[in-house]
Design a protein around this ligand. Sequence first.
Ligand SMILES: NC(=O)c1ccc[n+]([C@@H]2O[C@H](COP(=O)([O-])OP(=O)(O)OC[C@H]3O[C@@H](n4cnc5c(N)ncnc54)[C@H](OP(=O)(O)O)[C@@H]3O)[C@@H](O)[C@H]2O)c1
Length: 337
Amino acid sequence: MQNRGVIFMRRPEGPVTPDIFDIRDLPTPEAGPGDVVVRNIYLSCDPYMRGRFKADSKKSFQTGRVIPSRAVAQVVASNNPAFRPGDYVWGFMGWELYSLVPGGQGLRVVDPALGPLSHAITVRGMPGLTAQVGIMDIGKPSPGETCFVSAASGAVGQVAGQIARLQGCRVVGSAGSAQKIAHVTGALGFDAAFNYKTAPSIAAALEEHCPDGIDIYFDNVGGETLEAVIDRINPRARIAVCGQISGYDSASAEWAEPRNLEKIALAGAVKTRFSVYDHMDQYDAFVPRMAKWLQHGDVVYFEDIWEGIGNTPEAFIDMMKGGNLGKRLVRVAEDQG
Ligand SMILES: NC(=O)c1ccc[n+]([C@@H]2O[C@H](COP(=O)([O-])OP(=O)(O)OC[C@H]3O[C@@H](n4cnc5c(N)ncnc54)[C@H](OP(=O)(O)O)[C@@H]3O)[C@@H](O)[C@H]2O)c1
């Protein structure tokens, strides 16, 4: 039970580089009264973590500490009656092999009967619920409407598009490689998709692939794509601002607003920025619903899993550059679930 983890050494300026991390042996935690010690199995790499690397973010990560992250894990020691050794759980742990969860705070038991353990932090977890909230609560889809999703092959985007399709929308996606576009229109079943890196312009690609305009935009990227969408929205369109990854490497913690915002009001449209954490009351109902969709094949889900604690920084850096096809995770222990 030798612990090992990734320490956050210094705040990056611009794109993240490996030297902001240090990988080292760490003391293996012991459970005090009420505490739980877990062996992590899957660690999450998420774009929001880039914001926490900044000094001026409300929830900035502290330097000199293990990088906090969601994980799926197995309980190895527990002084808490809610958790038994051997239980599979998910919660906020860290990029390390073993984590102490004081008081079992935030831990939830994972039922292996629902499907793959990893799904607890992917499609049945935060990314899946984010997609559900953005499409259903903000997008309010109706059959026949056009829904456009950026970062369409990613952790959240792949689910957003599929939920919109289940509601009868025509779904169009964008992503950053030919392989991703083939995946989005093939395995994920989107009606159309384009590569925003090679299209003549995003505006031209939207004109070609969304000939009837855009009724719902699920925004994962912000920037140029958001501006081009605003130029193409239909009356009473809904823009669900999930994230704006194109701006995450900038020095500021605040996202830049598009320059054509006035067109939203002129169209009687709405643009709503949301956080999944304001909708956690839906989580308990969402998990079995998504499990059923997956079991029936109504939704398919792809994960892009790297191996080994030492590869976790590179797995994150690669994801931020678009190297992931599906949700990026790192497996740091055998999955026996
Ligand atoms: N609101 C919430 O509660 C909430 C919750 C979860 C996630 N989010 C947000 O949702 C978005 C997607 O997150 P995810 O976990 O699903 O990540 P993801 O899509 O699996 O991975 C990130 C992807 O972003 C794309 N990307 C990177 N730089 C880009 C740029 N400059 N312009 C356009 N695309 C770029 C890359 O794909 P390409 O190859 O397509 O470029 C990359 O694969 C992020 O903005 C994240 O912050 C929000």
